[in-house]
Design a protein around this ligand. Sequence first.
Ligand SMILES: NC(=O)c1ccc[n+]([C@@H]2O[C@H](COP(=O)([O-])OP(=O)(O)OC[C@H]3O[C@@H](n4cnc5c(N)ncnc54)[C@H](O)[C@@H]3O)[C@@H](O)[C@H]2O)c1
Length: 363
Amino acid sequence: MAHPRTTRTTGPRVDFSESYDPSVLKGRSALVTGGSLGIGHGCVESLAENGVYVTFADVNAEAGQAAEKELKDKGLNVQFVQTDVSSWEALVAVFKAAVAFSPSNTVDIVIPNAGVGGVSVAHWLSNTPVNSVTNDPLPPPTRCADINYMAVRNTIYAAMYYFRNFPGKEDATHSKQIIFVASMAGYSPMASVIDYNSSKWGVRGMFWALRNVPHILGEGKPLFRVNLIAPTWVKTNLTARFQQLIEGGNSTVKMAEVSDCTDVVLRMASDEKVVGRAAAIAADKKSFDVCDESEGPGAAQVLNDPEYLKFFGYGPAVEVSKKPSEADSAKFLDSAASEKVPNPTVLSVEDSLKAAVPVPNAA
Ligand SMILES: NC(=O)c1ccc[n+]([C@@H]2O[C@H](COP(=O)([O-])OP(=O)(O)OC[C@H]3O[C@@H](n4cnc5c(N)ncnc54)[C@H](O)[C@@H]3O)[C@@H](O)[C@H]2O)c1
């Protein structure tokens, strides 16, 4: 059977409300990072419910073991491997474990989802740690950039290696695939939160770099495709403390559920015609293709469309029902800098460290 992508490498715009057939996933093998909780856990569960052998890597052993037990008790094929994704050796170990767990000795789908909040420059400026002798500023923390950017990049390299060298059964109808987890913060400014903001733009850059290379795994090897989800606001541990700020008062923003993410992830995983697409995840099953391209019909249009921007509702100081004007943006930037207006996107150093699960030598 001819592969559906013989002529184009980035597929047409996708309607994510269409139905799809996840039964094609049965027997495949997936690796999800950050799979103990939140969006990652949702991906683990929904893939496994559709017959996928899922290995999930997470630094949080307690939550990981509990999730593994719960899913195994339901008869699902999952394995948890405690992993700090910021270690290359740990990543290699979890890929080897995923290959060994697969009935076909391979990994088919990789979701580099593990991520943490960042420290804003504004906060760092008002709480700058200094050397006690010289009083010089200490280096700013790198934890968010390490996990949200470098570890994602390393997960991709490891994925490509295992896709190529452990391709599994010859099967021209299924490509190896990566589903990136960026954020609408990869499409918008997050005033002063440079590590989170830039890491998500970086993830989007990886997606752009890999979405037009279907033959990258080499002659006689499986085809390769990537897609990306850009969650707006999703109810998870990461956002628990912000929920009131995001949805309260006069806000028109409605936070999405983890199931809004997994619906789109399953569609991307199952449907070989979804190629090189980025989807914003929105509440009430209203996730949409963001048309993240520089040319062609509708290119980048939705990124500036007030109708769509309202799903993101960037911060309490911005009117979310219309496209932010320059004045709105300036107001928001001011409020973020002075923090007179509570800003859900600004984490304090203390809060972000509390939020993050402690790992050895964490910044
Ligand atoms: N929740 C949202 O609104 C939202 C919005 C946009 C993007 N995202 C992205 O979605 C992804 C998942 O976020 P979530 O909301 O489910 O958060 P979450 O905190 O509920 O889950 C994140 C998981 O990653 C794990 N993790 C953190 N550091 C790790 C490390 N070093 N090694 C291995 N695992 C590690 C945590 O233990 C946790 O299980 C992140 O990349 C996040 O940036 C979330």
